[in-house]
Write a protein of this length. Structure first.
Length: 293
């Protein structure tokens, strides 16, 4: 039985992944700043302290650390927090491997928004990083994961918007639709890559079981925003008649974060498909029906 440490295991993806891994026979510890007991390992990456008990058992690290990208306005201080909660924490996690003699694999979350603004190009993993804030954040984040590569094989999943019935983007997007006020954002033409949380968890397990190395775009499909919104209204049996919400109005409320809704990206998932991975949720309409069940 392999033992996994999920750094950031208390979050949306980590909670689901914990149960998926346990079902598959892995022993799971979660690294957290919150005071928790059985099954958790406490740390404080800012103070660089950790409860080292149980670290010696760890065979695999899954790194899901990071302050929430969408939650707060991107002030300069928040941008620093978004970076340090991924980069500085990962650097400290790398230091902790001196207490992990049995470590054999490392896999980390990364972000799909790393190729710059949408163009006609369908991006693959070897394409250049964009110059915008998110792309540069992903670059630094992935570089910190590479610190593990002198020890063990390293994989990074460039995750798209995760659709889950337990929280995250889907719960927020759903609200206006529930009131019959659902609408597309910006031009509505921007491509939105997405992945069902179940497929993402299967992808982490696939990475571990197949010893994947390198970077993989992690999404099921890339749906234009207007099709995404129309499919959601239909799945919720609500009307879809509202005019598109202009970027200007969204920017007023969200500031720089507006790009999360109005900037699209076209990406390829051929690399992970070539490894033999299959997605169970590829169609947005049936995915919404599944999430709303
Ligand atoms: N959900 C998505 O749609 C999505 C899409 C693309 C990429 N991702 C990435 O995937 C990872 C996991 O996503 P998620 O949705 O599960 O995130 P989440 O629910 O926000 O959980 C993030 C985890 O990171 C830890 N964390 C947050 N700020 C921290 C800080 N300053 N220092 C140390 N730990 C900190 C928290 O652990 P404790 O509070 O327990 O310490 C928490 O468990 C993140 O890196 C995220 O950017 C997510």
């Amino acid at each position: 039985m392999k033992t996994v440490l999920i750094a950031g295991g208390t979050g949306l993806i980590g909670r689901k992944l914990t149960s998926v891994l346990k079902e598959r026979g892995f022993k799971v510890y979660k690294l957290t700043r919150k005071a928790k007991k059985r099954g958790y390992i406490n740390w404080n990456p800012e103070l660089q302290t950790v409860d080292t008990k149980n670290l010696e058992r760890i065979n695999i690290i899954i790194n899901l650390l990071g302050a929430n990208i969408a939650e707060k306005k991107w002030t300069e201080a928040r941008k620093q927090e978004l970076i340090s909660s991924r980069v500085n924490t990962t650097i400290f996690l790398r230091k902790l491997t001196t207490n992990m003699p049995k470590l054999e694999y490392y896999i980390s979350a990364s972000g799909i928004n790393c190729y710059g603004p949408e163009s006609e190009t369908v991006h693959i993993e070897t394409d250049n990083f964009g110059s915008d804030f998110l792309s540069q954040l992903v670059k630094k984040w992935e570089e910190s994961s590479e610190l593990f590569s002198d020890l063990v094989p390293v994989a990074k999943l460039r995750i798209a918007m995760v659709l889950s019935k337990d929280g995250g983007a889907f719960q927020k997007i759903k609200l206006p639709f529930k009131l019959g006020l659902g609408a597309a954002f910006g031009s509505g033409k921007q491509h939105m890559p997405w992945i069902h949380v179940d497929d993402l968890c299967r992808m982490f397990v696939f990475g571990i079981e197949n010893n994947l190395q390198g970077t993989y775009n992690a999404f099921s499909a890339c749906t234009p925003n207007i099709d995404f919104s129309r499919a959601l209204a239909k799945a919720m049996k609500r009307p879809f008649f509202m005019p598109r919400i202009s970027e200007k109005l969204l920017r007023f409320f969200l500031g720089e974060r507006v790009i999360l809704l109005t900037e699209g990206i076209k990406v390829s998932n051929q690399k992970i498909l070539n490894e033999g991975f299959t997605f169970q949720h590829k169609n947005i309409s049936s995915t919404f029906k599944h999430l709303l069940k």
